[in-house]
Design a protein around this ligand. Sequence first.
Ligand code: HEC
Length: 315
Amino acid sequence: MSFVRSAVILALLSTAASAEIAQPLQALHWVAPGTDAVAVFASEPTECLARPADPAAAQAVEIGRAAFRTPLLLGGQAARVGLTCESCHRGGRGNPDFLFPGASGAPGTADVTLSLFSSHRGNGVHDPKPIPDLSGPRERLKVPSDQLPPFIRGLIVEEFDGREPPPAVLAGLAAYVRALSPTACPAQARAPAGPAALLDDARRALTAAGQAFAAGDRPTAVLMIAAARARLGLLDERYRDLRAEVALLRAADAELASLQQAVREGRPDTPAALTRWTRQSRRLEAALAAQQGRSLFNPTRLRAAANRRLPPKPT
Ligand code: HEC
């Protein structure tokens, strides 16, 4: 057999093999092998967010909050695999379990100047740093509050090869990070993961989309809808074996895709369509909640799925 042909077969075989060991949740690819999926993904760190009373300031925080959870904000490799700001800063905090092959040192660290993520800034040096808790005490954070916009822009455009974010998104991300505070932490550090929180995120993103659309800011509105779609993507993973629920999720996502088109075209019926989606999402939420026990929100099922897919441990 020729060398070329055997190389092709080898490539095909390894693709098949890697498909077999694909994790049930994408984020399980970004933790150390052998990490307990239930400890890390059956619950989520709670968010320490002080929502401002002023409506304009609150709107900026909501835009930033949604953008923080949108893979499309980042570019290149990071966006393709679905990485978001929140993958590293879970709930705006840190992520002690994060381990990205080639980009982390010890778990909980990342090299955000790595060429893997960036064609601009890769410094050729493996330089992983602990992922900071953005809602931790101010004095432990390095970037001064007024330097957040240029710092975050650098992260998106240079470290992660993302496109230039719309001004309202950049301002929103800075406002969101500023609104994270140790004094705003809920009593519990973690809360069980479930469909309600993810759909609530999607609805908040759509509210932000509606306000951006009303302000004539279509690029921001499109990104906000992308944030809602990313939340549906996370639900899709959890219900992957439940056909009826996946069909509902895909239909809801298709509606969001046409809403993005409506925003781009500036269609006047867009606000009504956004409101309609939000209303219908309550029914979707009830349907998902009814089957939650059969989904990968159920810790027993999550553990079984993760074990089934886990590659054999090296001996
Ligand atoms: C791959 C993991 C990763 C992703 C994705 C990521 N960060 Fe970070 N972030 C880090 C690490 C690691 C540091 C610490 C860097 C250092 O110490 O030099 C950091 C630092 C920061 C800081 C500075 C905190 C301080 O000390 O003042 C802010 C703010 C921040 N990130 C916001 C964001 C935002 C906004 C996004 C999305 C656009 C994002 N991060 C995406 C890993 C990540």
